[in-house]
Design a protein around this ligand. Sequence first.
Ligand SMILES: C[S@@+](CC[C@H](N)C(=O)[O-])C[C@H]1O[C@@H](n2cnc3c(N)ncnc32)[C@H](O)[C@@H]1O
Length: 192
Amino acid sequence: MRNAITFVHAILRDTVKAGDVVIDATVGNGHDTQLLAELVQQHGLVYGFDVQQEAIDAARSLLGGSSERLRLICSGHETIATAIYPAHRGRVKAVTFNLGYLPGGDKTITTNAETTLPAIEQAIGVLTADGIITIVCYQHSEGLREINAVRNMLQQMPQPQFSCLETNFVNQRGNPAVVFIVYLRHQQTDLP
Ligand SMILES: C[S@@+](CC[C@H](N)C(=O)[O-])C[C@H]1O[C@@H](n2cnc3c(N)ncnc32)[C@H](O)[C@@H]1O
């Protein structure tokens, strides 16, 4: 639990099983995609979305050996609902968002609240009954706006169907990332 990424990876390791269908909503350099491909093993499927061909290419070369379990899509995550196979809607175990810009790339190409919120909504729509969404947000200027928008959205989610968590690394120097986790509670509607 050293930082936001190791925290999210621990949650994904705990949740994603062999044969699952999962989504990396922000492929970037492909490190999260790589973890997901390892977890779903050869009979699972990882969808990966990024708006930059550079990111898709980087991930493809990192993950060359696992190409049979990957579907990398050069398109915004706000197209998740229509871009995945109809048979996978309602079957996705986890969707992971690592927001912001491509490390070492063009900082002006960054995720933003206008597309992140519809993407989270679509991610919720494709999840299986015990699915989860993880969202890592960074505190750069657009990121702060995005954190507030995501927090505001998740605070409105109905408690019988969703558990929404926010985690902060309160003693980390600099501008530590904020992590949001959304758990579906569809099978537990009797809970308050
Ligand atoms: C912080 S990086 C992701 C890091 C990555 N998960 C990794 O493991 O290396 C954020 C990525 O989001 C991408 N991005 C920006 N807007 C997007 C959108 N609307 N849909 C999908 N990806 C987007 C950027 O191109 C960038 O590659």
